[in-house]
Design a protein around this ligand. Structure first.
Ligand code: ASP
Length: 342
């Protein structure tokens, strides 16, 4: 007899499990039992489902790296017991969590699918039911006894995406995520149609989790008229180990002397500077314009087509390892988990 697939559901909070506070009208996270009661369909699955709920479910705007560590450890502890994992999570920071987990779970060979919803599961028009049910089906899906998906993904509104390629782009539509620089991994219609060529292949090595993350990172979003004093305060903030500069177009920035001098001073202090474009699609090509050649000469690292979410969590991950700056700079530009096209 074919063995049933088993899936572990990890509930962290988010709108999917929220209910309206009768007095204030605010949406607040609710416990997992209340959520499960709203989906009797879960009992009809031919999948062995278990669940773990965080003691205090959170709105994902309160997400912290410590919770990512808890998630990675929960997955490691249960890795051999289940065929796949579904993480219920608020959509606001879901792309950050998915990106962080992709780096923290090295040699992943089972599906980790994050999902949530824009409307609470108790509301009539909720998008939560379909999202959750299909996410579970994907986490349980096997072919010739092997899991089809072996990476960290986001399932939302009929599409499965590589988590570290996504960002939340719409706060109101059910179709809340975009992955402009990488195709969807699957689309759910009558059948779940997997985009086989786009999937990451398992490495065949043992899962190794990385739980040391370093968040000594500053972000400088450029705009015409950016103030030197404020720029300098950001770059020279105490303990900064890396700075992401969010540049224009294909990675371009001002060539004003003071700006170059600030970057130079930071680089001389050993601060790593990563260049990510403000454009949502396309990539950083340092040297394409005169307005990015100076960055390349200074030693700024080009982030190619990485999302901001991926760039910041990749930096947290790399800064947390025992690596020197040369190694970190090299790895930033390398493809570690399908997050960058080089
Ligand atoms: N504020 C909510 C959260 O991220 C929004 C959602 O779940 O969609 O937790």
């Amino acid at each position: 007899m074919k063995k049933k697939s088993s899936v572990l559901l990890i509930y962290t909070g988010g709108t999917i499990g929220m209910m309206q506070d009768l007095r204030s009208g605010e949406l607040k996270p609710f416990d997992f039992k209340a959520l499960a009661q709203q989906i009797p369909e879960l009992n009809k699955f031919d999948i062995a489902l278990s669940s773990i709920a965080f003691k205090k479910p959170i709105d994902s705007s309160n997400m912290q790296p410590q919770v990512w560590v808890e998630l990675a450890e929960t997955i490691e502890k249960n890795y051999n017991k289940y065929d796949g994992f579904v993480i219920l999570h608020g959509s606001d920071t879901m792309s950050y969590t998915a990106s962080a987990l992709s780096f923290m779970l090295e040699n992943l060979s089972k599906p980790v699918v994050l999902t949530g919803s824009q409307l609470p599961i108790g509301t009539i028009r909720t998008d939560g039911k379909e999202n959750l049910i299909t996410a579970i089906e994907i986490a349980a899906a096997k072919e010739k006894g092997k899991p089809i998906i072996t990476e960290v993904c986001i399932y939302f509104e009929y599409k499965l995406y590589r988590g570290n390629r996504t960002f939340k782009y719409n706060s109101q539509h059910f179709d809340a995520f975009k992955s402009p620089n990488y195709p969807a991994l699957a689309e759910a219609g009558v059948h779940i149609d997997y985009n086989r060529n786009a999937l990451l292949k398992p490495k065949g090595k043992k899962l190794k989790i990385h739980i040391s993350l370093n968040n000594d990172i500053a972000v400088l979003k450029l705009f015409p008229g950016i103030n030197q004093q404020i720029t300098s305060a950001i770059i020279n903030a105490p303990n900064v180990r890396a700075i992401i500069i969010e540049t224009f177009g294909a990675g371009n920035a001002s060539t004003q002397d003071w700006f170059i001098a600030e970057l130079k001073r930071a680089i001389n202090k050993g601060i790593i500077i990563l260049n990510i474009t403000q454009c949502l699609e396309g990539k950083v090509i340092q040297g394409m314009y005169e307005t990015s050649s100076h960055l390349k000469k200074l030693g700024v690292i080009g982030g190619a087509d990485m999302t901001f979410e991926s760039a910041i969590t990749k930096l947290m991950f790399l800064l947390g390892q025992k690596l020197n700056n040369t190694q970190i700079k090299k790895l930033l530009g390398n493809n570690l988990r399908g997050e960058i096209n080089i």
